[in-house]
Design a binder for this molecule. Structure first.
Ligand code: AMP
Length: 429
C-alpha cells in the first residue's frame, strides 16, 4: 500500500513511524513533514492547506491511502477533493470537521445526540457575555468559537479577565474572519481523559485512553499550550470507562452526524472531564490528538495502515479486535524557549541519536524541526516529543526522561512531572 500522510508535527511523525512498521506499507510519503519524518518517509514540500495541491500529489504518487493529520487542513476541506476523486482518505469532510472547527456546531450536535457536556451560551455581545458569566459564576470558562490550537480557552476566577477574553473572541480580525461569537460555559471539575475512536461513519472502535498535560509548567501552572506531555494507560480510570463513553458519547455522536447528512469518518477525539456528576464532554476534535497520539500508537499492536484504510473504506465492522501492548507509554514534549507566547526557532538540536535506544523503547518524535546543511534545527514552539514504553508508567517515565536528558537545545523547556502522580499512585496501590 502506498500511503501519503498530510502534516508535519510529532503526531504525524508518530503516524509515519507506525505506518513504516506495518508490513503492508510499501511506500510512505509525507507533506510537508519535518526533519524526523524524513527519516521514515519521503517528504514533499506541498502546502497542506491547498486541497488541489494535495490531490495532485496523491495522484502523482498513486497513493492508495491519504491520512490527514492536523485539524487545519481538515477544516479547510482538504479531504473532500481526495474523496471526490475516489482516493481512500482517513479524515472527515470539511462539514463533519466542524465538530472541531466550531464549538457552537459541536454543542448543537451534542444536544441532538443527548451527549453529556457542559451547559453553555453562545454570545455575540459584551452584555450577553457578562450575563452568561454571572449565570454560571466562577471559575469562568470562555472559549473562542473557532480553531485556536488548544489556546483559545481561558479558565479563570477573574471576571475582568474572562470578560476581556470574551471581547477578544468576539473581535473579527483578518486571522479570525469567523470571529464574532464566544462560547461561555459551566466549569467542569474532575480529571480529564482523552479518548480517541476510529470510525468509518457507522462503526466506532475506541482506542486506549490517555491523559495529556495542557499547561506549560509543572504542577499545571502557566498558560495553556498545545500539550506538554501525555501517558497511557490510565491506571486510575474507573473500570468500564471506555464502554460507557462509547455508549453515551462516541456512538451517539457518530450516529447523529450521519443522521444530519454529514457522516464523520476518521478519528473522533473526545476530551472528557470525569466530574462529580458524571462523565462530560469538554470538547471534540476531528483528528488524532497531539501529544496523546504518541503514547497511544506506541502501545497499538494492530498494524496501523489496515486500520486506517478500513475506516476510509467503510469496512471497520469486519476488522479483528484491536491488539494492545499491556505496558505503558509516556511522552515528554521539549519546547522552545518562549513557548507558547513567543517561541524562538532556528537553534541547533543535538543528542537526538543518543536519546534513542536501539530497541525502540525510547524514540524521539519531531514536532517542529527542519534540516539545514546536515544539522537539525528547531522550527516551532513544540520541538520534540520524547516517547518511551515500559512495563509500567514508572519505567516508561524514567526512560522518557533519560531520553530528554540527552537532548541539547539552547533555552529549551519541558515539564518534569509528566505522568508523575499516576505512576506514584499506581506504585502505591
Ligand atoms: P478545549 O480547547 O475546549 O479542550 O479546552 C482546553 C482546556 O481548557 C481543557 O483541556 C480544559 O483543561 C480546560 N477547559 C475547557 N473547558 C472547560 C470546562 N468547561 N471546565 C473546566 N475546564 C475546561
Amino acid at each position: 500500500m502506498k500511503v501519503l500522510v498530510i502534516g508535519g508535527g510529532a503526531r504525524e511523525h508518530a503516524l509515519c513511524r507506525s505506518l513504516s512498521q506495518d508490513p503492508a506499507v510499501t511506500e510512505l510519503h509525507c507533506a510537508p513533514g519535518n526533519a524526523g519524518i524524513a527519516q521514515v518517509a519521503t517528504v514533499h514540500p506541498v502546502d497542506q492547506l491547498d486541497g488541489a495541491a494535495v490531490l495532485a500529489l496523491a495522484r502523482e504518487l498513486a497513493a492508495e491511502l491519504v491520512v490527514v493529520g492536523p485539524e487545519a487542513p481538515l477544516v479547510a476541506g482538504v479531504a473532500d477533493p481526495l474523496r471526490a476523486a475516489g482516493i481512500p482518505v482517513f479524515g472527515p469532510s470539511a462539514e463533519a470537521a466542524q465538530l472541531e472547527g466550531s464549538k457552537a456546531f459541536a454543542k448543537d450536535v451534542m444536544a441532538g445526540a443527548a451527549v453529556p457536556t457542559a451547559r453553555s451560551y453562545l454570545c455575540t455581545t459584551a452584555e450577553e457575555a457578562a450575563e452568561a458569566l454571572d449565570a454560571f459564576g466562577a471559575p469562568y470558562v470562555v472559549k473562542d468559537d473557532g480553531l485556536a490550537a488548544g489556546k483559545g480557552v481561558v479558565v479563570t476566577a477573574d471576571r475582568t479577565a474572562a470578560l476581556a477574553h470574551a471581547a477578544a473572541c468576539m473581535t473579527v480580525t483578518a486571522e479570525r474572519p469567523g470571529g464574532g461569537s464566544v462560547v461561555i460555559e459551566e466549569y467542569l471539575d474532575g480529571p480529564e481523559v482523552s479518548l480517541f475512536a476510529i470510525t468509518d461513519g457507522t462503526t466506532v472502535l475506541p482506542l486506549q485512553p490517555a491523559q495529556d498535560f495542557k499547561r506549560a509548567l509543572d504542577g499545571d501552572a502557566g498558560p495553556n499550550t498545545g500539550g506538554m506531555g501525555a501517558y497511557s494507560p490510565l491506571p486510575w480510570a474507573p473500570e468500564g470507562l471506555v464502554d460507557e463513553v462509547l455508549d453515551t458519547v462516541l456512538q451517539p455522536t457518530v450516529d447523529e452526524l450521519r443522521r444530519r447528512g454529514t457522516p464523520f469518518s476518521g478519528l473522533l477525539y473526545a476530551g472528557l472531564a470525569l466530574t462529580s456528576r458524571g462523565t462530560r464532554v469538554i470538547e471534540f476534535n476531528a483528528r488524532f490528538g497531539d501529544p496523546e497520539t504518541q503514547v497511544v500508537l506506541a502501545r497499538l499492536r494492530t498494524p496501523l495502515a489496515g486500520l486506517l484504510l478500513a475506516a476510509a473504506n467503510g469496512t471497520l465492522a469486519a476488522l479483528e479486535p484491536l491488539r494492545w501492548d499491556e505496558g505503558a507509554a509516556v511522552t515528554v514534549v521539549v519546547a522552545a524557549q518562549g513557548y507558547p507566547a513567543a517561541p524562538r526557532s532556528g537553534d541547533v538540536i543535538e543528542g537526538l541519536e543518543k536519546a534513542e535506544t536501539a530497541d525502540g523503547t525510547v524514540h524521539v518524535l519531531h514536532a517542529g524541526t527542519r534540516e539545514q546543511d546536515g544539522l537539525v534545527l528547531s522550527a516551532g514552539g513544540r520541538v520534540l516529543s520524547v516517547t518511551a514504553t515500559g512495563a509500567d508508567l514508572a519505567q516508561a517515565r524514567e526512560r522518557a526522561y533519560a531520553g530528554v536528558a540527552e537532548i541539547r537545545l539552547e533555552g529549551s523547556q519541558h515539564r518534569t512531572d509528566i505522568a508523575l502522580r499516576a505512576a506514584q499512585e499506581a506504585a502505591a496501590s
